[in-house]
Each structure stands twice: as structure tokens, then as C-alpha cells.
Design a protein around this ligand. Structure first.
Ligand code: F6P
Length: 367
């Protein structure tokens, strides 16, 4: 399945799933690294859509990536290739002849299109969903190397994903700004951050940003504990409170998570604010940080990590080390089998010293 390094002539790069700051840095490093090896590089627009449609968003579905076209993009947010959360080749949304919508497995078509383009390997930059797709395509015969991206930081096998630290900076900055206005008005501010299944952003930003309560999916919360904390602060003269809640946090009484039928999360902050206001009589307001956590320029840490990942992906292809994902372990970039990398989500380690620190600082985790 792995091509001989000498036989590589052309590779492709795509970005899938929700964007994360640093995608363009990976594209740049991988493209420049490939050119160093004497390979051509094709960019596939919007995940795999560019292979199915001649034009995507008014641009060619497939575009050559050259040292010229990746110039000056390291600091740019988003992705020059575009992305989509609705382009799974194994369950692509298609219009049936009767006009209704359904899903179809177009994975064979996708692999055939890569073959026709004489692509020897694909650098798939994505989170858990996109890397699952990449792994399945690899198993069907397309040589793939994965690059772990997600602001949620929930991918196994890598200490950190690129984009995460930028999201933490955005959330921490917001918490800093909220302190003065919350204090001025003696309000409770409930700040909802991203994190469907894990509380990495909530813990890191809540700790750095001086939150009083941090709620994460890994620790189902009890509303009474949160109300106790707000009252306790009031009693000691600190008449405002800042609560950080990950969008996927859930109450311990077994109530469902706050996701709608499409899997989108929302509503937990509003619900908490209502309950706190009713119980304490204090004004409680909400802020949903949303996609601002994913937008804009990556911080230096994420640029460097993304550049290292992109360059490492090319070394993996060169060494015939395909079906793997590049990962940061300690100080080093390593390659781990893709199947291993996507086997489970990386949740916040509750025994780790970070959580101990949160508790020692008197921050409530709602339990
Ligand atoms: O995977 C990252 C993430 O930011 C999640 O935390 C969030 O639920 C999701 O993406 C939202 O993505 P979108 O709104 O693009 O579907």
C-alpha cells in the first residue's frame, strides 16, 4: 500500500471539518517540503468536494499548490483550501432523482479520482471526524498521512493539536475583559466555550482567566454546588462571579446534553444563568464565545506546531511511513498509526495536576 519514496511524484493536501488557526501554516510547510523533494502538490478544495465538482465556490475544485501560492500564509486564519463539515465521502449528501436528499457512499469514486490525478499520497488535515474518514480511505488503498487539527484538543496520541492554544488565548482574553464589567455591575457572567466532548478549552482558559466555576463534560455538575459558590463569594464581599462552561457540559441528574438534533451544541449557558438568577436573585448574563475561538491569526505556538506537523508529514511520506498521523509527544514530533490515533477521544485527565490546581485554588468544578 505504501509507495516507494522514489516513486512519489505528486501528493495532494486537503483540510476537513471545522477550521482551526494554523491550517494554512501546515499547508505551507507541507507544500514547501514536498517541493524540496521534487514533488508536485495539488490542493483539494473543501475536503473532498473538489474531487467531485469541477468548481467549488467559483474556483477550480483542484488547484496546484506551489511555493508561490503558499507565500505569506503562515499567519492567516481559516484555510486557503476551504473546508466543510458535510463532505464525508462514505455518507455524502446527494440529491435523489425524485428531488429528495439522501446519503451515498462515494468513497470508491473519490479513490478513483485520486488515482486519475496520479496522486501518490494524501496529506489529510483534520480532527477526529476527518481523520476517521482518512483512515477508512487509507484502508481502501489511498496512501494517507494525517495531521491533527482541532481547537478542542481532544485527539488521542498527540499532546496538543494546533489551534487549541489560540482558542485558549481568545477565551482567556474574553474572561479578563469580563471581570471588570461583571464586578462593576455585581453580576454573574456565564461564558460558554467550545468543547463538545471534552473540557480542555474551559479548563485552560478558566484557570488562566481567573474563573470562579469551570464546568466540563468530564465532570457532570450539580447546579446547587454552583449556586453555593456564587453565594459564598457574595458573603465574602465578592459580589460578582465568572462561570466558564464547555458547550458539552451536562448536569449530574442525567439531563440530556445541550445538543440539537443536528449535533450542534448550545443553550447550556442560558439554562445555567436562568437557574442561578432564580436561586440567588442576582442578575446573571451569558456570553457564547462561539466561532471567534476558531477565527483569526494563530498565535506563535500554533504557527510553529502547525509548520512542524506539515514538514513532518512530508518526511513520513518520504520515508514510506503512511497510514500514520503526525503527533507531538513531549518535545518531539512522531508518527503514530492512524487507527490508534482515532481509537478514542482524549478527555481531560481528572487525576492530573492541572485539575488538582483548579481545586486547590478554590475554583468550583460543579461537583
Ligand atoms: O471541533 C471543534 C468545534 O469547534 C466544536 O467545539 C464545536 O462544537 C464545533 O466545532 C462547531 O463547529 P461548526 O459550527 O463549524 O459545525
Amino acid at each position: 500500500m505504501n509507495p516507494e519514496p522514489r516513486s512519489i511524484r505528486r501528493i495532494a493536501i486537503n483540510t476537513g471539518g471545522g477550521d482551526a488557526p494554523g491550517l494554512n501554516a501546515v499547508i505551507r510547510a507541507a507544500t514547501l517540503g514536498a517541493y524540496e523533494c521534487g514533488w508536485e502538490v495539488l490542493g483539494i478544495r473543501r475536503g473532498y468536494m473538489g474531487l467531485l465538482e469541477a468548481e467549488v465556490d467559483g474556483e477550480p475544485g483542484i488547484c496546484p499548490l506551489t511555493p508561490h501560492s503558499v507565500r505569506g500564509i503562515t499567519h492567516l486564519g481559516g484555510t486557503i483550501l476551504g473546508t466543510t463539515t458535510r463532505g464525508n465521502p462514505f455518507g455524502m449528501e446527494v440529491r435523489r432523482p425524485d428531488g429528495s436528499w439522501g446519503t451515498a457512499d462515494l468513497s470508491d469514486t473519490i479513490i478513483e479520482r485520486f488515482r486519475r490525478l496520479e496522486v501518490d499520497a494524501l496529506v489529510a488535515i483534520g480532527g477526529d471526524g476527518s481523520l476517521n474518514i482518512a483512515h477508512s480511505l487509507h484502508q481502501k488503498g489511498l496512501p494517507v498521512i494525517g495531521v491533527p487539527k482541532t481547537i478542542d484538543n481532544d485527539l488521542q496520541a498527540t499532546d496538543v493539536t494546533f489551534g487549541f492554544q489560540t482558542a485558549v488565548e481568545v477565551a482567556t482574553d474574553a474572561l479578563g475583559r469580563l471581570h471588570s464589567t461583571a464586578e462593576a455591575h455585581q453580576r454573574v457572567m456565564v461564558v460558554q466555550v467550545m468543547g463538545r466532548h471534552t473540557g480542555w478549552i474551559a479548563v485552560a482558559s478558566g484557570l488562566a482567566g481567573g474563573a470562579d466555576v469551570i464546568l466540563i463534560p468530564e465532570i457532570p455538575f450539580q447546579i446547587d454546588r454552583i449556586i453555593d459558590k456564587v453565594r459564598e463569594r457574595d458573603a465574602t464581599g465578592r459580589r460578582f462571579s465568572i462561570i466558564v462552561v464547555a458547550e458539552g457540559a451536562r448536569p449530574a441528574d442525567g439531563a440530556p446534553s445541550y445538543a440539537d438534533e443536528t449535533g450542534r451544541y448550545g443553550g447550556i449557558a442560558e439554562r445555567l444563568a436562568e437557574d442561578i438568577e432564580t436561586a440567588t436573585g442576582k442578575e446573571a448574563r451569558t456570553l457564547v464565545l462561539g466561532h471567534i475561538q476558531r477565527g483569526g491569526s494563530p498565535i506563535a505556538y500554533d504557527r510553529n506546531l502547525a509548520l512542524r506537523f506539515g514538514a513532518a508529514a512530508i518526511r513520513c511520506i518520504h520515508d514510506g511511513n503512511l497510514g500514520t498521523m503526525v503527533a507531538l509527544q513531549g518535545q518531539s514530533i512522531v508518527a503514530v498509526p492512524l487507527g490508534e490515533a482515532i481509537a478514542a477521544l482524549k478527555t481531560v485527565n481528572l487525576a492530573n495536576d492541572t485539575i488538582q490546581t483548579v481545586r486547590q485554588l478554590g475554583i468550583s468544578l460543579g461537583d
